[in-house]
Design a protein around this ligand. Sequence first.
Ligand code: AP5
Length: 218
Amino acid sequence: MNLILYGPPGAGKGTQAKRLETTLGVPQLSTGDMLRIARREGSELGQRAAAFMDSGQLVPDSLVIDLIRHRIGSKDCAGGFILDGFPRTVAQADALDEMLVGLGRTIDAVVSIEVSDDEIVRRIVGRLSCGACGTVYHEMSMPPRVPGQCDHDGSVLVQRADDTEPTVRSRLGAFRSQTSPLKELYGSRGLLLEVRGDVPPDEVTRGILTGLRHGDGR
Ligand code: AP5
C-alpha cells in the first residue's frame, strides 16, 4: 500500500501515520521528522533548513526531494510507504511521479484529513512530542500518563520550536498558497479519500481504513 497523508499542519498526519504504520505494516516517511533529525545532527542540510522551518515557510523543494529520493527506494519501503508531509508543492508532486515511474510503483490513495483552522491552532500550541521515539501527545486531548514523560520510553516530552501561534499562522498560509493545489491534482486522478479529522484519533483511523477497504481514492 503506497499512501500520501495530506492535510494542514496539525491535522493529525503524524498521529495517523504512526497508527497506520502498525496496522498496514509499512513505514512512515515524514519529511518534517527527517529535517528535525538533520537539524539535531547539525548536518549541512539541517542548517540550511532551520531558518525556513522556524519561520513557518517551506524548505526549498530540492532539499526535501533528495531526502525522499534516498528513502523511498530503501528495502523497508518495498512493501509500501506512508508519505507524511510530502509532497507539499506541485514541483514535489512532479518529482514524486518521476520517482514512482522509476520504481514501477503507483500511489493507491491520498488521504486528506479535514480540520478547521481554529482546531489546528488549539492542537499545535498544546502539542508535546517525545524527543526519543517521536510519539505525539496533546496536553489536553491526548495527555501522557505521567505529565512530561513519554508513555513508551519515559523520555522527556518537548514542544517543537515552530509550535507557536504566529508560526502556525505562517505555516497555514504556506499550506494554502503552495500545498492546497495538490488536492485538486490528486482529486482529478481519482485518488482522493477525504476523512473527518475533527473526531477522536481512533475514529479518524477507522475512517481511513474503511475508506481504503472500500477502494475510495482508487
Ligand atoms: P511537519 O513536521 O511536516 O509539520 P506540519 O505539516 O506542519 O504538520 P505537523 O507535524 O505540525 O502536524 P500533523 O498533521 O502531523 O499533526 P499531529 O499528528 O502532530 O513540517 C515542519 C516544517 O518542516 C514545515 O513547516 C516546513 O518548514 C518543513 N517541511 C516539512 N516537510 C516539507 C516539505 N515536503 N517541503 C518543504 N518543507 C517541508 O497532531 C497535532 C496535535 O494534535 C498533537 O498534539 C496531537 O496529539 C493532536 N491530535 C492529533 N489528532 C487528533 C485528534 N483526532 N483529536 C484531537 N487531537 C489530535
